[in-house]
Design a protein around this ligand. Sequence first.
Ligand code: FES
Length: 664
Amino acid sequence: MEKHLITFMPDNVSVAVREGTNLLAAAKQAGIDMSSPCGGRGTCGKCAVKVISGSYDSREDAHLSEDLKAQGLVLACKIKVRGPMTVEVPTQSRLTEHKVLLGSKRTRFTKENDFFATRKMNPICHRYCLRLDPPDLVDNQSDWDRLQNALRKQHGLKDATIAISCLQALPAAARLGNWDITVTVGTLLGVPKVLTVEPGHTTRPTYGLAVDIGTTTVVVALLDTATGRILDKAGTYNKQSVYGSDVISRIIYTDDHPEGLALLQKAVLDTLNELIDGLLAKNGIDPREIPVLVHGGNTVMTHLFLGIPATWLRLEPYAPAVTAPPVLRAKELELHINPDALVVTIPSVAAYVGGDITAGVLATQITRSEELTLFIDIGTNGELVLGNNDWLVTCACSAGPAFEGSGIACGMRAMEGAIDSLEIDRETLEAHCGTIGKIKPRGICGSGLICALSELKRAGIIDRAGKMLPHQNQRIRLGSEGMEYVLVWADESGSKQDIVITEGDIKNLLRAKGAILAGIRTMLNLVQLEMQDIARVYIAGGFGNYLNISDSVRIGLLPDLPREKFEYVGNSCIQGAMTVLLSQEGLAESLDLANRMTYLELSNGNQFMDEFISALFIPHTDLNLFPSLQTECPGSAQALRGEQEGDAERPTGAGGPPPSSQES
Ligand code: FES
């Protein structure tokens, strides 16, 4: 079939593609990562490009805003190449560097040495210098027997096994080192395995990698596992993002394309391998020196990373293929480390409570305290864990993609140019916005949306049900989607368009925050406790780390508790992965935690739905649950409930899979 040259500007990169190729796919081939939250299904309207010249077929751009159409933009995913083309990709259609949460912030893990205060240092992989007994005509037992004897006698390691590559290297290494050898041994659940063999005695450090495979970002930490020192970290956005911004879009992509699963697995492996290559090159470490990698992620990410079909995770009864996958070898995944390196997966609990949550519970040590603790990880899905040293309950509530900026008129992810904080003047109703990277605003991200909701309510622009109140102010106007408030005028915005928040956006936000609070209340009801009984709240995850606690309480997303009870724990997934890397007991503990967590399926019964309806107001229909806000929210809660019940809607897939940006 004929090929055509497509040139992307302003990068000025070209790629030859077959007649009929989708333009979004061509951009990907050219190495241009475009924003495509819906995975190219034409429903998100984010892949807008300007065709400067060339021939193409285009299908209808129903999801492209009128403004962008007027500027001559078209959706790349709706275009089929019919001849040579030159295309301009505007900044707002690109995946720019995501704000990647590499580590922790204000946690008990901020000092690396804290690990030693609570756990015994006992890394999965350890390097041993051994002296083997040289053979002679009287003692001519095998080299491997000699190595096993030395491990047992010199280091108490019994019943060791060995990788075939080490067995192949052993005879020469033993003789070259004059029977002094150094081995790296990986011990999993008490079973030691020799992973590397080299002649002589070496004092080089032993390294390991801890990995967080998130839907949006992937983060890798490089550790010296003998000392527990974190040598370096790196993170970037997950290359799977071009197939859809959320887990459901990506599962659908694998279902709709015969090669979809392989492509998604390759995308995340490429992301991880590039990060590993960069980290090892920067630190002058040979890839063969990495004998172990521990990773955590949500259940869908773990399935896709391992190449396991995720289809059934989004279908009732939401059964995963596996929660505790076996330990793999790096060569089975073509990871750029020692081919025999152990690849350890932190176990999941259920389809929507993954290894990242198990890792977070491990890292925050909830089970080491009698205090009632709530662990929250907010993203497209809100994953919650409640418990103490005695018991643990967990659930996943479908917050929807609003906090990720999806389904919001001017929503965007937490990238440069995203409004992440704002204030509204109570007198003039003028907005003052702060952005990531302190550049001109291009849109608004989750933390900005929470702030906006709180400020709109406090400034009297919306009522408790999220409806805009009448005002004589040019910022409050009737837009194409209904009433809206203008946060930033076009001449001050990086997108050259007004940045607005609409009543529809507010409705989506109320549903998202309502689902989280309803999840918390449903878990508390199960154990017959109240919000005031919670002694500590850990907020995890990339989004959670930038939440303004006061605003989150004001809108009724978080329980009304003294601020000192809240603690940001940052990327607790990578903290948990590091814990497992440095402690053989940590791996056993993670398996035990995943088994111990009682999973509450919220789609069973009506309780979650009742709580959800009550939580669709700012902050809630029952103001007694938010005592510190009662002076801010006068009025009869009962009257409000009666007035608004008709408006309440079921959250998409409550307790089941999170809604997808495709469905928004
Ligand atoms: Fe093209 Fe979503 S509309 S990727």
